[in-house]
Design a protein around this ligand. Structure first.
Ligand SMILES: [Zn+2]
Length: 77
């Protein structure tokens, strides 16, 4: 009987190593949906902090702004 092949766990690497909003000294804004779309997966989900490398303070603000942009149909649900 063939051995069961284990699924390889591919660790998702962060896009950046530093917080984008701290580096650019900006705050997440729903009007700036082009930048917010970088932190949304292709399925429309908000990326986790491990993947987006955004700090806790900005991640909290970012998710609020993404939800605002979604309501205004700037970003997909
Ligand atoms: Zn930050």
């Amino acid at each position: 009987m063939a051995k069961k092949q284990r699924k390889k766990i591919v660790k998702e690497r962060p896009i950046a190593t530093k917080c984008h909003f701290c580096e650019t000294k900006s705050i997440p804004d729903y009007k700036d949906y082009q930048t917010l779309s970088k932190f949304v997966s292709d399925r429309g989900r908000i990326l986790s902090r491990e993947r987006s490398a955004v700090c806790a303070k900005h991640q909290r603000a970012m998710s609020k702004e993404i939800q605002r942009a979604r309501f205004l149909a700037l970003l997909p649900y």
